[in-house]
Design a protein around this ligand. Sequence first.
Ligand code: NDP
Ligand code: 2IT
Length: 453
Amino acid sequence: MSEYVKSLMAEVRAKHAAQPEFHQAVEEVAESIDIVLDRHPEYRSAKILERIIEPERVIIFRVPWIDDQGEVHINIGYRIEMNSAIGPYKGGLRFHPSVNLGILKFLAFEQVFKNSLTSLPMGGGKGGSDFDPKGKSDLKIMRFCHAFMSELFRHIGPNTDVPAGDIGVGGREIGYLFGLYKKLRNEFTGVLTGKGLNWGGSLIRPEATGYGAVYFAAEMLGTKNETLEGKTCLVSGSGNVAQYTTEKILDLGGKVVTLSDSNGYIHDEEGIDREKLAYVMELKNVRRGRIKEYTDKYKNAVYTAIDANAEFNPLWNHKADCAFPSATQNEINAKDAQNLVKNGVYVVSEGANMPTTPDGVEVLMDKKILYGPGKAANAGGVAVSGLEMSQNSQRLPWTREEVDKRLQLIMKNIHGTCVEMADRFGTPGNYVNGANIGGFLKVADSMIDQGVV
Ligand code: NDP
Ligand code: 2IT
């Protein structure tokens, strides 16, 4: 690590104390960008990276709400408005008990580079709450969403800040959030993405992150003249990203043998076919059940509990060709990465944000496998959010084929940018450097154009 990165990180750790995920995200980018700053002293003297690290604005608010039994609850609400150099703040909302300021800052920071890579005009943001939606009735979810939006509405807008979904926030939550926004503002605008199809949503938005992560994997395989046909794939998570990752792998002729939730995972040696996937979608999206129930229906599959404190996650310890981590941050550590490689995995395409720890990344890079970091590989979700914004502005919906065609082109271009930037800055094949540098340059040049603001 250079002296510059060391001193930058010492300052980040001091100023943003006790935010390990934020430090992790910043350090990875700083290490990639160091060489860019050497070649472009104007970025260094304008303190571009130092400015990108500091959120433009952080909003923290109380979310009091009353459940259907009349009990009062208090959650914390957040919106991190990270960077607006290339467009309105854009990024998801996460509802999960683990949510805190540091986690949302890491996500907002990653979002800045990811959104830039899509080539669409979107700045970076992220928000959410420590609210736990698990096991709650629709009525409780609605009450919470309305309480959350009763404060958030004054900070967002279609040209200011456009939230969307993330962990714990899907179509149902976006509906409740949109309903209250519309009522309070007395306007019908594209202030949120991931909306329902009847009220301004885009076709393919629910599918986009998972499809995009698979398109990205296909692009990486293409550099070796290979395809996903016949490949065995490990997928973690069983939410939005995991489901549509599985669907697209099936479309492209691959086989998915695992899915998980925070309690455990299923391994289905025969593969999760379309009928089984439909069962998972109904289980997770309608009944809101646990992945363990898969083995009640499909007796050949094996369920194993996951202990978050164990040395390694057994899900990553199966024979396979490709892995699509699609649950949460830091779900692949160094031991997991070693297990992946030992089991034959040579493609990792990250549907989740920062699912691999820094020493896990080091293992994958040392082994020179095809490793697509989240900010490139999972950019399809926010890209189609950007397309939803375009359709809302035009007041004209596009067909499924049109949106999917654009998504595929965007993922191809992101892959191309990663390859080109990695080459240009002397680390061919390094998608981490390629993504960080490609995302950085457009934001940096825009910040230079706009002066010190
Ligand atoms: P969902 O809420 O739909 O699903 C999340 C899945 O991950 C669930 O299976 C959940 O299990 C599991 N999970 C969540 N937290 C943990 C945890 N701490 N440990 C283990 N498993 C966990 O979310 P998404 O599918 O939308 O998001 C998954 C990942 O993809 C996240 O990293 C998100 O940031 C990223 N992402 C999402 C995008 C989107 O458009 N939705 C876009 C780009 C990235 P359980 O039910 O037990 O909580
Ligand atoms: O991490 C992400 O890119 C998302 N959760 C999607 C953000 C968006 O605005 O669609």
